[in-house]
Design a protein around this ligand. Sequence first.
Ligand SMILES: Nc1ncnc2c1ncn2[C@@H]1O[C@H](COP(=O)(O)OP(=O)(O)OP(=O)(O)O)[C@@H](O)[C@H]1O
Ligand SMILES: [Mg+2]
Length: 277
Amino acid sequence: MSGDNPYADGRGNKDRSIANPHGAGDAPYPGKSGKAVPVGGDAPFLIGEAMTGGYGKGPDILHECTIAVNPGEIAVIVGPNGAGKSTAMKAVFGMLNVRSGRVLLDGEDITALSPQDRVIKGMGFVPQVRNIFPSMTVEENLEMGAFIRKDDIRQTMEQVYELFPILKDKRGQAAGELSGGQRQQVAVGRALMTKPKVLMLDEPTAGVSPIVMDELFDRIIEVSRTGIPILMVEQNAKQALEIADRGYVLVQGRNGHTGTGKELLADPEVRQSFLGG
Ligand SMILES: Nc1ncnc2c1ncn2[C@@H]1O[C@H](COP(=O)(O)OP(=O)(O)OP(=O)(O)O)[C@@H](O)[C@H]1O
Ligand SMILES: [Mg+2]
């Protein structure tokens, strides 16, 4: 389907540099120390920079945490349960007020924007939990995903069905009746309905079999090749780092290790502590 590529129209960028093992360049990322490197003129396409904050009046969960992604890249966040991976994603999406730090999208400071305004700016987010409407049909879920659009959504829906053919077969079925892997496809498809400029996925392969996980990763790579940068949290750390241009290991709300997927996979300490040796 590369010829009539769904998501590479006007809004996304058309960078296909995912095929380039060096990614989109040497954008500023936190170094091994975990300290965020100040962002200069060419900030990453999306960056949550030195984010510190927690829930409500509670203690800080994130401590100067930086995560970023560039066009053509898949950036993967891994780390132990409770490390703050979902919290970092929520902070980037605006579901959490950061006490310090900022979020930049395509050079624009969006730290003060609501999640809905971030969607309008081009962010697509698939949360870890409650990411579909179970009692609605597959097609209704996709329609809901396009809530901000006033133009014709049929073409985008066809593109989502091309990416996930099973959803077309099940378009009239309640999403809650689908298998775990199929529900995750609905969730990703729903996020794509806004034609996002960047896609954020929190554990897209949670609770699915290894085969379904591989299939989902293939689809995610396919979306990424259309030029949409992808920032995702994954519990299947090894497999995810294998497809990651950029990887972050979060530890207790801080940047523990940062590097290319390859570098992290080769790092003895990362292997020992986070990848089971
Ligand atoms: N809504 C919330 N209100 C208060 N504290 C929360 C909330 N959600 C998460 N936390 C706390 O924030 C910390 C980080 O949680 P978070 O969900 O970000 O971790 P995670 O790395 O995504 O873990 P997992 O791998 O289990 O998904 C935990 O101590 C958790 O208890
Ligand atoms: Mg989580």
